[in-house]
Design a protein around this ligand. Sequence first.
Ligand SMILES: [Zn+2]
Length: 296
Amino acid sequence: MTASSARLGRVPELPEVQALVDFLAERTVGLAVTGVELGSFSVLKTFDPPPQALTGAPVDAVSRHGKFIDIDCDGVHLIFHLARAGWLRWSDAVPNTVLRPGKSPIALRVRFSDSSGFDLTEAGTKKRLAAYLVRDPQEVPGIASLGPDPLAPEFTREAFGQLLAGRRSQIKGLLRDQGFIAGVGNAYSDEILHVAKMSPFAMAASLDDEAVDRLYAALRDTLAAAVATASGKPAKELKDAKRAGMRVHGRTGETCPVCGDIVREVSFADSSLQYCATCQTGGKPLADRRMSRLLK
Ligand SMILES: [Zn+2]
């Protein structure tokens, strides 16, 4: 397995982020923040209020906006997005040594009043992990532009149909678009389309009522099942649990669990999608130059 395929399917999306929110809420609500340290100055995208504003503040709530995690500390919100290579590492007893900015993979450390805390870490050289300290979550640009949450009660079949109507975009790209719906990324969009038996390249505006029914059910059921699976798991197990639950995403060359056909891939410059031709494209493989080379 190459480094890039090992990473496939392990980027946190809505279900893992929800599980992290539940995990953090259970452990931190009611505690006070005793310190915020930066291991990387570039991780914090805001300058007012400063990190010291959190010191002594009680944690009132932990919530989610799409893939953003929001820790509300007495009206000051510490918000972060784990991006592609970021992760949260929880510790029941955080080391006393002060984090120093530099070469550490730890970008940000938060300490709580019972000596517990967490580190936000980021592997690799492309630093995309982003944290914000704001008084209103809507001040975070990526939150202000989010589409509706697909698991919210008001996200009905009718609402979904209205969002899709007139959209001249391929459905795969649309599902991943955070401004269209919030929280779905490359992995769950592959899974949802596989469950819906739909081509990733189907045009949104051309879906008939029956196809929208199928896609809506697949979207809600896939995410709800993944939330149920992730819920209650410790932070360190979530990435592997996510990967293990995938039917087609990240499984190029393996067997489709529904029909037994081979899982195929279409690769792009910085990502790839996986699908089953028998289940999703009438048995006709989608064009992919790299894949056809592999299968020769
Ligand atoms: Zn199949």
